[in-house]
Design a protein around this ligand. Structure first.
Ligand SMILES: Nc1nc2c(ncn2[C@@H]2O[C@H](COP(=O)(O)OP(=O)(O)OP(=O)(O)O)[C@@H](O)[C@H]2O)c(=O)[nH]1
Ligand SMILES: [Mg+2]
Length: 219
């Protein structure tokens, strides 16, 4: 019982800070995109491809969340985009980002005039979906190598997101995957969820992803 109370308090505090973040994003016209997936689905690879295209038209920044290492922030810095790395091992090793970490990281980013803020959450198909960061859009990434059953086994993330990127489609000829069953499982959890089939390796589907982002940013 006591444990439940503690968790409620944590979520309460998180939601208040998330509301502050959301207000700041609205006031400044920032579109904040929370990118969530299991480890290795291709979040950073997709960002490496998509960020230069968005940055050519409007200022972009990234917050990278990982338990440890600055590897992903270094990859983002290499494409010339301002980035802050959050390592949650210094915050108790959390498997997700919380709103306070976003608020703190914003102090180290060029928020003035910023249009796009991408938050790459810690690689985890469960916990990130439980914490509101104040983001504008939630995008999930599932790679085709993860199997047909992930949407029904880990439904929360698939319920919360506004778009699903089905990544690594270049690998389909090499996999034993029933794509129709995977898509049916997505629909069982979230009937309306748009799905973009893409590959960070070949660039397939990324025009569609960028177009979706720009449409939703206008809205
Ligand atoms: N074949 C293929 N490989 C990919 C694709 N996207 C990513 N990869 C590879 O998958 C591995 C993981 O990619 P990352 O982009 O680091 O994945 P991530 O989701 O950022 O991983 P974490 O941040 O650790 O959760 C790397 O070896 C990538 O080169 C893709 O579309 N096709
Ligand atoms: Mg990554």
């Amino acid at each position: 019982m006591a444990q439940v109370k503690v968790l409620e308090k944590v979520l309460d505090a998180n939601d208040k800070i998330a509301a502050d973040n959301r207000r700041l994003f609205r006031e400044r016209g920032i579109v904040a995109v929370n990118l969530m997936s299991g480890p290795g689905a291709g979040k950073t690879s997709l960002l490496e491809r998509v960020l230069p295209r968005l940055a050519a038209r409007a200022p972009v920044a990234v917050i990278e969340g990982d338990i440890a290492t600055t590897a992903d922030a270094e990859r983002i810095a290499a494409v010339g985009v301002p980035v802050v790395q959050i390592n949650t091992d210094k915050l108790g090793g959390a498997c997700h980002l919380e709103a306070l970490a976003i608020q703190t990281a914003l102090a180290d980013l060029p928020v003035q005039g910023l249009r796009w803020l991408f938050v790459e959450n810690v690689g985890n198909l469960v916990c990130p979906a439980e914490f509101d960061l104040g983001e504008t859009l939630r995008v999930g990434v599932l790679s085709v190598a993860e199997g047909e059953d992930k949407p029904i086994k880990y439904p929360l993330l698939f319920r919360q997101i506004h778009l699903l990127l089905l990544n690594k489609v270049d690998l389909l000829p090499h996999l034993r995957l029933d794509l129709d069953r995977l898509l049916e499982n997505v629909r069982r959890v979230n009937a309306e969820l748009p799905v973009v089939r893409c590959s960070a390796a070949t660039g397939e589907g990324l025009d569609e992803f960028v177009a979706w982002l720009e449409r939703h940013a206008e809205a």
